[in-house]
Design a protein around this ligand. Structure first.
Ligand code: ZN
Length: 129
């Protein structure tokens, strides 16, 4: 689990600084060293759904059951009539992170996980490979 306190809203670098301030990093643009003009924003974890934290921390795949009305009939969950979905738990990288549904372990991104649609969560175990 990362415990970074702030994240730059321009370059995305995470830091241990605890307060909002000018980003300290710089990078080469061609052969000119340019200072990042972003702000370090305090990371606000209030939108993270605690129920998924332990699965995110260990990289365990989960199966969620959607609440009535939140079924998804678009094909992915057809074996469960749209009532369940299986995915890895990822996290968005902005200053107000949310958990994401990551379909494959090597996917680079995923869809937002809508907490209010989740009825129950079941861990599917960690595969050693
Ligand atoms: Zn920056």
């Amino acid at each position: 689990m990362d415990n970074y306190k702030t994240v730059c809203d321009k370059c995305g670098r995470k830091t241990w600084y605890k307060t909002e301030q000018q980003c300290h990093c710089s990078y080469f643009h061609g052969d000119v060293n340019v200072r990042c003009t972003g702000m370090l924003r305090v990371i606000d974890n209030s939108a993270l759904d605690d129920r998924f934290t332990r699965f995110y921390d260990v990289g365990e795949r989960v199966e969620v059951e959607w609440k009535d009305g939140f079924e998804d009939y678009t094909g992915y969950g057809y074996r469960t009539e749209g009532k369940k979905a299986r995915f890895y738990v990822g996290k968005s990288t902005g200053w107000k992170p949310i958990y994401l549904q990551i379909l494959r372990k090597n996917s680079s991104g995923g869809a937002a996980l809508l907490s209010c649609a989740v009825k129950s969560i079941r861990g599917l175990g960690i595969y050693k490979n």
